[in-house]
Ligand binder design. Structure first.
Ligand code: SF4
Length: 190
């Protein structure tokens, strides 16, 4: 099964507890005004990756970077729910100690029951709800006050989620990636 991806990051400390690999999926129909990541909206942009390839990538980067978990962001992961579910299921089967988190613009009430329950079974945390630029939040991982950080296992408590911060990564080719939260008011990827 394939996932349309916007970007990968091998190690980030601002997308959940500890050092985390991050996958940003491509495609989001929700169009929140003021979205920080509009280049993820078009479902035809980005690139396709087989779930198996993403798992191989994760296995490599988790060894190299002492990765605690994987965070899936977007874009809107629930627009590719079957592939995301397969990724989460196979990741947890192969790496039971790894933690998983997800950002979605949908609220729990909007998500289809059976599918979301299956997804929850493989998630340690999720941040759910649209971004609302008029209700900016400074709470960990939550960009507007209507969004909710849910914990689905006992792996983390709220105290494990650190204050919002941003990161800039520059790779060997000079490609820069910015991720995190609007420290000092800067709009960033994420
Ligand atoms: S904030 Fe998230 S849910 Fe809203 S439009 Fe942007 S990518 Fe989509």
């Amino acid at each position: 099964m394939q996932l349309r991806v916007h970007a990968f990051m091998e190690s980030s400390t601002v997308n959940g507890p500890g050092a985390r690999a991050v996958v940003w999926v491509q495609g989001c129909p929700l169009r929140c005004p003021g979205c920080w990541n509009p280049q993820t909206h078009d479902p035809l942009r980005g690139f396709q990756r087989d779930v198996s390839e993403i798992l191989e990538w994760f296995a490599r980067v988790s060894c190299e970077n002492r990765i605690e978990g994987l965070t899936i962001s977007g874009g809107e992961p629930m627009e590719q729910a079957s592939a995301v579910l397969e990724l989460l299921r196979r990741l947890k089967a192969a790496h039971p100690a790894v933690t998983t988190g997800l950002f979605s613009g949908y609220t729990e009430r909007e998500l289809p029951d059976a599918l979301w329950r299956a997804m929850q079974g493989h998630l340690d945390f999720a941040v759910l709800g649209r971004y609302n630029a008029r209700r900016r939040s400074h709470d960990p991982l939550v960009t507007s006050t209507n969004q909710v950080l849910h914990l689905y296992t006992t792996r983390y408590s709220m105290a494990d989620f650190e204050a919002q911060a941003a990161e800039v990564h520059i790779d060997d080719t000079g490609l820069a990636q910015i991720t995190g939260f609007p420290v000092l008011g800067s709009p960033v990827l994420g």
